[in-house]
Design a protein around this ligand. Sequence first.
Ligand SMILES: N[C@H](CCC[C@H](N)C(=O)O)C(=O)O
Length: 271
Amino acid sequence: MLTSFYKMHGLGNDFVILDERTGDLPLTPGRIAALAHRRRGIGCDQLVTLRAPTADGADVLVRFFNPDGSEAGACGNASRCVADLVWRCSGNATPVLQTRAGVLPTSRTSDGLITVDMGAPRTHWQDVPLAMAVDTLHLPLPGDPAAASMGNPHATFFVSDFGMVAQGHALEHDPIFPERANIGFARMDGPHHMRLKVHERGAGVTEACGSGACAAVVNAVRRGLAARTCTVELDGGTLHIVWSEQTGHVLMTGSATTAFEGTVDLAAYPS
Ligand SMILES: N[C@H](CCC[C@H](N)C(=O)O)C(=O)O
């Protein structure tokens, strides 16, 4: 049986999107890993599934899976892609996404970019989560990172160069992060401009990480390093982040691009 999929990306952070609204697909962590494999599968940084929503006011339920088969509570770049896909398929320019991180409103700008209301960051140590009660603004690790949750765990190191990126895998697995963590390396180029690279949990270094950009700006604002409106330059392009003083929510704006559509025989992949 062939299953249709969309291949999309946000700034080079790429996704296989599968629609389960017309029926459950036989997805397992092993099959997700096989589909995500760059040589043996379709290849992606995250596999995304769409289902009928269960929350009031939501248009679609979205789940995000890493190439190691683990599930992520949030994914900013994929959220923009899903918003774009729903708009193209239904004409709804403001779809509301139900995710494990909450119910996220989206909208389109006049120049075709997409804004996702990523919700309020959480900065209590138990919410990141961290293994022990520490100040999330200064984790007891070399390099003095800060931590925050955007529905998934992030640590941000403020750096002057990117030599530390190679330590991303070891940091992801540091015992201070009981659910592992996405590790960001941010260089501030003034209060309104940040250069960011992210080692993603379960995926490795990606060209862009939307939730990582949100968390990095939140942590930079908390450190007094950034303004609440900040442009984040990632390897794959630019995101505009606003941490609203009024609502406490983080608004992320950027592009969403369809690479191709295809069909795949899921049963041909090991489960
Ligand atoms: N690429 C995503 C984040 C995926 C996060 C995932 N690696 C996790 O385990 O939390 C983004 O644009 O926000």
